[in-house]
Design a protein around this ligand. Structure first.
Ligand code: LLP
Length: 441
């Protein structure tokens, strides 16, 4: 539990978040339940904005990468903190716009945006679209021509930095599906192609090296390579990028295997990046570009916890003990996908000593439906409230209705108040889009 978090143990020995007793929240709202700490989210947004102001004279923008957790309330919070957002689908764009988020502060990503998504983005006045294919450059040129719009774009570049993280969340390896490689010359080729277009205005470049990364050096190296690329493009074409978007990827604490970063540590990541960009601009005779950064996980990850009710407890003698909860891979597929690790606690008995190791299993009909393996726990009984920490990023946003389970409700807590931000699904929601063809009736 870090200095930003409002997580603590209250006088009853219960877990508390945002001034609310987690056991009471479970009673009031039911489980499974996603709980988000508003103060934490605002603090992180603010940490990045402040660091940009201090280290780069504010010549830049923080974009919350909303793929980490997208719902109307989060865009309202981002808007009130004065930051921008990145969206990656028509659905995220629609959610942001319907929450009244200003279109000009939206960056649109995606390695294969559909023609409909591109059209929707252009006609909504999305500030910047990040181009990731020739096909997309052609489609945008046509759509913008028809609408009489000149769309600002960046090109997604692969700087070739291998960051130490899970293979599935590395994005700048030579075989990545994202971006155009500097090393093999395709980045320069597409730049010339986009510059030849009439209706799209190239503003600069974007890169994102991966997610859950702790090494400052990886980010600095990416910035270094991007600045060299900007200089090379200026030499070969005369075009000097005004914008450099350096993506997201800062890591968070899940278990004791991860460092516990302070707000200053996050601010220092950004400072290292800014220092590198300033130094390179001087060295290469470039103007300092406007910087965009796109943190997702580090803004919402540690702000979220998931509450479950313990169900069946099954001991396989000499092998392991399963503690089954009323959720599973449908609300958190990250163990199934990445063998992710989590800290799990007994929310109603936080001071009890851990006496055993249990594997937290979900309720889906699938052996791989696990939330966490061999976690230390006190003696827990069926009916106890179990909390999984650091579930704010890529849990709700990757949830599904697998086995026709409900995607859980999400609440926002702050100063002892709890409010619903995503309603619980109902059986009616589950069948809402089902259609029985006439001949089967
Ligand atoms: N910008 C771009 C272009 C991205 O692709 C991503 C994440 C971000 C920013 C935000 O990165 P963050 O700060 O959250 O690390 N589902 C995986 C993570 C996938 C990340 C995808 N891109 C997981 O659960 O670990």
């Amino acid at each position: 539990m870090n200095q930003r978090s409002t997580l603590k143990v209250n006088s009853l020995g219960h877990l508390e978040i945002g001034g609310c007793d987690a056991v009471e929240l479970a009673k009031q709202f039911g489980t499974p339940l996603y709980v988000f700490d508003e103060a934490y989210i605002r603090k992180m947004m603010n940490t990045y904005t402040k660091s940009l102001a201090e280290n780069y004279d504010g010549k830049g923008i923080v974009l919350y990468a909303s793929k980490a957790f997208s719902c109307k309330a989060i865009y309202k919070i981002a808007k009130s903190e004065g930051i921008g957002v990145d969206v990656v689908s028509g659905g995220e764009l629609y959610t942001a716009l319907s929450a009244g988020f200003p279109a000009d502060k939206i960056y649109m990503h995606g390695n294969n945006k559909t023609p409909e998504e591109l059209e929707y983005a252009v006609q909504s006045g999305v500030g910047t679209i990040v181009v990731d294919s020739y096909l997309e450059a052609d489609r945008l040129e046509k759509i913008c021509g028809e609408k009489g719009v000149k769309q600002s774009v960046l090109i997604r570049i692969n700087p070739g930095v291998e960051a130490h993280t899970h293979a599935y969340v590395q994005t700048a390896t030579p075989d990545s599906k994202f971006g155009f490689s500097i090393a093999n010359g395709t980045a320069e080729d597409i730049t010339k192609y986009v510059l030849s277009k009439e209706n799209i205005a190239l503003k600069g470049f974007h890169c994102h090296i991966g997610s859950q990364i702790f090494e400052k050096q990886s980010f600095v190296l990416a910035a270094d390579k991007m600045m060299n690329f900007i200089a090379a493009i200026k030499n070969s074409t005369g075009f000097e990028a005004e914008v450099l978007n350096i993506g997201g990827g800062f890591g968070i604490y899940y278990t004791d295997e991860d460092p516990k970063l302070t707000s200053k540590d996050y601010s220092d990541y950004l400072k290292a990046l800014c220092d590198e960009i300033k130094a390179k601009a001087g060295e290469l005779g470039l103007s300092r570009p406007f910087i965009a950064l796109e943190p997702g996980r580090s803004i919402v990850g540690e702000a979220g916890i998931t509450l479950y009710t313990a169900g069946a407890i099954k001991e396989i003698p000499g092998i392991k003990t399963y503690l089954a909860v009323d959720g599973g891979m449908f609300d958190n597929p990250r163990y199934a996908l990445y063998q992710s690790r989590y800290t799990v606690v007994a929310a109603g008995d936080m001071n009890a000593p851990c006496t055993q190791k249990v594997t937290i299993a979900g309720k889906c009909c699938e052996s791989g439906d696990i939330i966490a393996v061999d976690v230390p726990m006190p003696d827990v009984k069926s009916g106890d409230i179990i909390a999984v920490l650091s579930t704010g990023a890529y849990n709700y946003s990757m949830a599904s209705n697998y086995n026709r389970n409900f995607i859980p409700q999400a609440i926002l807590v702050n100063d002892g108040k709890a409010e619903t931000i995503i309603k619980k699904q109902t059986y009616e929601d589950i069948v809402r889009n089902d259609v029985i063809p006439e001949r089967l009736k």
